[in-house]
Write a protein that binds this ligand. Structure first.
Ligand code: ME8
Length: 662
């Protein structure tokens, strides 16, 4: 019989589609992914939901500006969000769009239940409304600004359906008292209790001034107001009216930013109480990532994008930084400087170096097989004990959402292993049987420590720990490790190591920041694609194939052709670019000068073999940045086969560098 697993259902907010994902949204989604992985390693059957909040006046306006129908606009935006989460390796198990039919049905059903139970009535409402936050601003007067975003409010009077929120003051307070874990962290809980104690006003849950929303059946032009619509997405993602069948509701955890805690801990439980549905178990509100001490927004020009960071340093590095740098629940400043510093110190020099050093020594001394530990010394036992104790500590920190402390505890163990290796010096031993035995014990000890570190760090660093797991010759995947059974001493001697690879190449801080910023700039203000496309342009930043000229391409006259200047160039240097698997950075002599050019050929040409080679260069192409590296010209290549493998154009006869092609 299949083992029964306890379920765990967690959610991120359903993000607005009138903006693009930045590091703040990435933070919540990464944390959700970390918890999902962690819970799976503790044996839970986990479902994680994210999605897009697609209704409301902002979308109506954005679609109008873009000159497209709302449905088309949101479909494209939802795809952008989904694709980014896929690319970053944090796609949820359920992606709910508030325009999905299942969601529409769920909202209408929830409304019906609330109405049947006597918690909905029709009335008129005049108030100050913030169209950016999609919320009426309580107690605001005409001319007041929104206290959340600071923008002017609008006076709105309309016929609405109201939800009797006022009836839930006592039930909510009782619920908070009986379920002290419901609102986290503690400070937020106190704020919310004080807010509810101050009295609750009924809430407008439909609007007639908006067209783009879920219709209230039989009551058109009423459409549901954003929060009644959006919050319900958590339920529609796991079955909606049929939630019992799926077995995931109630949610175990709603992860949100502090900006939307009130909606989740006051409105949402009240809606569910009114409908007599089970309430979520916990809402956890984290703080904000600030840039230059301000909340990120595109209008302020201070947004940080996740993709350039993931491209440059790897997604694991970004995940590590987000969780390590800030105490979960508090605000924190984002800084590229701190990000790259942590990357170099904790990842490249810390975990990366320990893994590569250990593997290289085992390779050299034990034919690439995990050695047999022999007689133990006090220092071996001490390290084993410290690591064993760390396991319990780290699990407890994860359980309490103390991610920074969990990572701190793991890195403390890595630090101990570094010190241990430095004092034991296994590389300094000779090859006598005793020395070989001692070497084996020391290296087994370090490898065992690494195995445990891998399992503990896996929720945060899924890719790298997977690589180290393979490097250590371990069976299966690290994700399958049961954290509950993790103990010192389980590393079997004799396992053959996997192939060595660079885990975290060290980067130069200034150059890395420049490149991340350049890539972000490119993403925010994309340069138009150049007229001539060669592998260099076509493969950056993500593609691999050279563009094939479309059939029926327009003919050009000789006047157009002569505008393209092509010359014979000779490659002087070639090197790989950290963080860009497909690109090579070349310097090319074109007769009059030596140019830096990036080419998307790294998967097909060895850098060293290119030096001295003569190639065709488009020399009058405007300079552009590829993955943040300046490229001043383009190398011409044929595009071969279905993958568009680039084959460099060249000459059978010797030609002079700088000669023009005509
Ligand atoms: O509020 N730092 O969507 P939204 C940390 N659609 N987290 C941040 C952040 C920052 N600087 N900026 C955004 C909405 N976030 C509604 C939600 S849910 C039923 C409906 C994260 O696109 C954080 O989780 O404005 C915040 O709560 C959320 O994105 C807001 O996303």
């Amino acid at each position: 019989m299949a083992e029964h697993k306890e379920k765990f259902y967690l959610t991120t907010p359903i993000y607005y589609t009138n903006g693009l994902p930045h590091i703040g949204h990435t933070y919540t989604t990464v944390v959700a992914d970390v918890i999902r992985r962690y819970k799976r390693m503790r044996g839970y059957d986990v479902v994680m939901t994210t999605g897009t909040d697609e209704h409301g006046v902002n979308v109506e306006r954005a679609a109008k500006r873009a000159g497209v129908a709302e449905s088309e606009y949101v479909a494209k935006m939802a795809e952008t969000w989904r694709a980014l989460w896929d690319e970053l390796g944090i796609s949820a198990d359920e992606f709910v769009r508030t325009t999905d039919l299942q969601h529409v049905r769920t909202v209408q059903w929830l409304f019906k239940l609330c109405r049947e139970n006597g918690y909905v009535y029709k009335g008129h409402y005049t108030g100050q409304y913030c169209i950016f936050d999609n919320a009426f601003v309580n107690d605001a007067k005409s001319g007041d600004n929104c206290p959340d975003c600071g923008r002017p409010t609008e006076t709105i009077t309309e016929e609405n359906y109201f939800f009797k929120l006022s009836a839930f003051q006592k039930p909510l307070l009782d619920f908070y008292q009986k379920n002290p874990e419901f609102i986290q962290p503690e400070t937020r809980r106190n704020e919310i209790i004080a807010f509810v104690e101050g009295g609750l006003r009924d809430l407008s849950i439909t609007r007639t001034t908006i067209r783009w929303g879920i219709p209230v059946p039989g009551e058109e032009p009423h459409v549901f107001y954003v929060w009644f619509d959006a919050l319900t997405a958590y339920l529609s993602a796991v079955g909606g009216p049929d939630y019992v069948k799926r077995g995931m509701w109630p949610a175990d955890l709603h992860l949100v930013g502090k900006d939307i805690i009130r909606f989740h801990t006051v409105y949402w439980p009240a809606f569910l109480m009114a409908a007599m549905l089970p309430l979520p178990k916990q809402v956890w509100a984290h703080g904000w990532f600030l840039m230059d001490a301000a909340k990120m927004s595109k209008s302020k020009g201070n947004v940080v994008l996740p993709r350039p960071i993931a491209n440059m340093l790897g997604m694991d590095a970004l995940r590590y930084f987000l969780l390590r740098e800030v105490v979960f629940g508090q605000d924190g400043n984002f800084s590229y400087d701190a990000l790259v510093t942590r990357y170099n110190s904790d990842l490249a020099n810390g975990l990366g170096n320990l893994s590569s050093r250990t593997a290289a020594l085992i390779e050299k001394n034990f034919e690439g097989k995990i050695p047999q530990p022999r007689e133990r010394k006090a220092q071996d036992d001490a390290l084993a004990e410290e690591t064993q104790t760390a396991i319990d500590g780290v699990l407890e920190h994860y359980e309490k959402m103390e991610f920074a402390r969990a990572l701190e505890a793991i890195w403390a163990v890595i630090g101990l292993a570094d010190k241990y290796l430095t004092s034991e010096k296994p590389w300094a031993f000779g090859n006598s049987p005793e020395e070989q035995e001692r070497k084996g014990t020391v290296l087994w000890t370090t490898a065992e420590l690494l195995r445990i570190v891998c399992a503990l760090a896996h929720p945060v660093l899924p890719q790298i720990t997977g690589k180290i797991w393979t490097l250590l010759g371990q069976n299966g995947t690290v994700a399958e490790m049961a954290l509950d059974g993790l103990r010192w001493g389980q590393l079997a001697p004799g396992a053959a190591l996997g192939k060595a690879q660079t885990l975290f190449p060290r980067v130069d801080k200034t150059e890395a920041i420049e490149r991340i910023e350049a890539m972000a700039n490119e993403e925010l203000n994309p340069t138009p694609t150049p007229a001539v496309v060669t592998p260099a342009a076509a493969s950056a930043p993500t593609g691999g194939a050279a563009a094939v000229a479309p059939a029926g391409i327009a003919q050009i006259g000789i006047d157009d052709f002569v505008k393209v200047e092509m010359r014979v160039g000779q490659i002087k240097t070639a090197e790989r670019i950290v963080g860009a698997d497909k690109l090579l950075k070349l310097t090319v002599d074109i007769g009059t000068e030596v140019r830096q050019i990036c080419a998307g050929i790294a998967q097909f040409y060895e850098a060293d073999a290119l030096v001295g080679r003569k190639v065709v260069v488009v020399t009058n192409l405007a300079p552009r940045k590829l993955r943040g590296v300046e490229s001043n010209g383009m190398i011409v290549a044929a595009s071969v086969g279905p993958e568009g493998r680039p084959v460099l154009a060249g000459f059978l006869e010797d030609v002079e560098v700088g000669a023009r092609l005509k």
